[in-house]
Write a protein that binds this ligand. Structure first.
Ligand code: SF4
Length: 373
């Protein structure tokens, strides 16, 4: 559900989050999507830069969260695994084009309305679900905290992420409660936290570093841009140069690019808005076969315009949110998932080689649930 006028609103998670924070038996932690800092800066009149993330960390600690995690770290994990899957599928050209799967609304649309394309979807969990899994299985358990005591809260720009977290099996869920950005804003105000006057706090977690590729997931075309950077490295040993792919940038609802990797052209397309995705699926069903990777974000322009963001967004704010993510990519030293030392450490210590059987158990989705709308 993503209603641009606010006539429909989300099922609130605030009550369960407040209860978890007050429960001494639990160890509450929070993860936030790459779109959260810019939206919060906009709401509270702060300058949108990397400091906002550290102000947020400080606010989360005041609320009672024991650790806070940037979900862009999980986007980096997603890229590493997805690049390996793409390269494995490529030689025999099976299940092509390869559809990214980080947007749960898009995945649900395919599962329910266009199941003939289900095999084309990347099997990976979304960054939200990967982050929850990694927090419970590795980060907190390696500190001696039992997974069932850890209460993982997500802050997302997205109402569909609530349903995604709910659908995650019956036992110990990876994510226990999902708040929209609107709910986080209410919580900050309700608790009387004066964001502008807090001291910034650095990450207090292991695996706290994210590449700017992971942050680009917040804008349509960004997932593809980060993924191509790592596909290039995994396939040639060389970094994509330039790393920035201009054809995948900006607010157009459909962006196509042709990238040379290993002397071969890789054709990709990013669309946002489900109407544009449907038109693309019809083209593919009609015989169009020159795309190798398809990225779809259900909200127009991607998560920067998600259904859990503030209502009544104008184009100026949308451009500011987009610019905030591109600016981070300009300034960040670590621009590629495979260059993120904390991600490579996680693969070395806890996971296995990208797209190995062990990783499939942990990072890939279970079989899709029955098609009920
Ligand atoms: S594009 Fe919209 S529905 Fe998809 S993940 Fe982003 S906010 Fe959620």
């Amino acid at each position: 559900m993503a209603c641009p006028t606010g006539a429909l609103t989300e099922r609130k998670a605030l009550q369960s989050v407040i209860e978890a924070l007050g429960n001494p038996e639990l160890y509450p932690v929070i993860q936030f999507s790459p779109t959260v800092p810019a939206a919060i800066a906009e709401e509270f009149g702060l300058k949108s830069n990397k400091d906002v993330m550290n102000l947020l960390r400080s606010a989360f600690r005041k609320m009672g969260f024991r650790q806070s995690f940037d979900a862009s770290f999980a986007a980096d994990i997603n890229i590493m695994e997805e690049a390996a899957i793409f390269l494995e599928r490529q030689p025999e050209n099976k299940k092509f084009p390869f559809f990214t799967s980080c947007c749960p609304s898009w995945v649900r649309y395919i599962e329910v309305f266009r199941p003939e394309f289900k095999d084309y979807l990347s099997p990976l969990k979304s960054p939200q679900q990967i982050m929850g899994t990694v927090i419970k299985q590795y980060i907190t358990s390696s500190a001696g905290i039992k997974p069932e005591k850890v209460f993982v809260v997500s802050v997302m720009p997205c109402t569909a992420k609530k349903a995604e977290a709910e659908a995650d099996g019956s036992g110990n869920k990876s994510v226990d409660a999902v708040m929209t950005i609107r709910e986080l804003i209410r919580m900050i105000r309700f608790l009387g936290i004066d964001l502008g006057n807090l001291e910034t706090e650095p990450s207090n977690t292991a695996f706290g570093l994210s590449s700017s590729s992971g942050r680009l997931f917040g804008i349509s075309g960004g997932h593809l841009e980060g993924l191509l950077r790592t596909i290039s490295f995994m396939s040639t040993g060389q970094d994509l140069n330039p790393a920035k792919i201009n054809d995948l940038r900006g607010l157009k609802s459909r962006k196509e690019a042709r990238i040379k990797i290993n002397k071969q052209a890789v054709n990709v397309v990013a669309v946002s808005g489900l109407a544009n995705a449907i038109a693309l699926l019809d083209e593919i069903a009609g015989g169009r076969d020159d795309f190798q990777i398809v990225e779809v974000m259900a909200c127009p322009n991607g998560c920067i315009n998600g259904g859990g963001q503030q209502i009544g967004l104008d184009e100026k704010s949308l451009k500011a949110r987009m610019k905030a993510l591109y600016d981070i990519d300009e300034e960040e030293m670590v621009k590629m998932a495979h260059k993120n030392p904390t991600v490579t450490e996680l693969f070395d210590k806890f996971l296995s080689k990208p797209n190995s059987a062990m990783n499939r158990d942990i990072l890939h989705k279970d079989q899709p649930k029955p098609a009920i709308i």
